[in-house]
Design a protein around this ligand. Structure first.
Ligand SMILES: [Zn+2]
Length: 109
C-alpha cells in the first residue's frame, strides 16, 4: 500500500488507494461520452502526517528540498520520471514563513 497519497473522485468523492486506480474513478467514468468533459477525474491527496513523521529529526521543508520533493510527487517509482529537463525549480519564501512560490522561469535539471 502506498503511504504517501491516495485519490479522491472530484464527482462522487469515492476514495481509492494509489494502487487501485489510475486517472479516473471507475464508477463515474463509466458514464463518460465523447461530447462532455470527463467525469471521475481523480485528485491526489497526501498523507501529510505520515510524510512529516518520516522527517521527525529534520526540518521538513529542507529535507524535501534536498530530495527534490520526490516525497510529494504521486510517483510509484523514480524510474517513471521524465528524461526532459524538468524539476529543481527554485522556490522563494515570501513574507510569511512556510509559504513558498516556485520560480518557473528556470528549471535547472
Ligand atoms: Zn466517482
Amino acid at each position: 500500500m502506498n503511504e504517501k497519497y491516495y485519490f479522491e473522485c472530484t464527482n462522487c468523492g469515492r476514495k481509492y488507494s494509489a494502487d487501485e486506480v489510475q486517472y479516473l474513478c471507475p464508477h463515474c467514468s463509466s458514464k463518460n461520452d465523447k461530447k462532455s468533459p470527463p467525469l471521475g477525474v481523480l485528485k491526489t491527496l497526501y498523507y501529510y502526517k505520515k510524510i512529516k513523521s518520516r522527517y521527525k529529526k529534520h526540518k521538513l521543508f529542507d529535507k524535501l528540498k534536498e530530495k527534490e520533493y520526490l516525497e510529494l510527487l504521486p510517483l510509484k517509482s523514480e524510474r517513471s520520471l521524465s528524461f526532459l529537463k524538468v524539476g529543481k525549480t527554485p522556490l522563494y519564501e515570501i513574507n510569511s514563513p512556510n509559504i513558498f512560490l516556485p520560480a518557473e522561469k528556470n528549471n535547472s535539471r
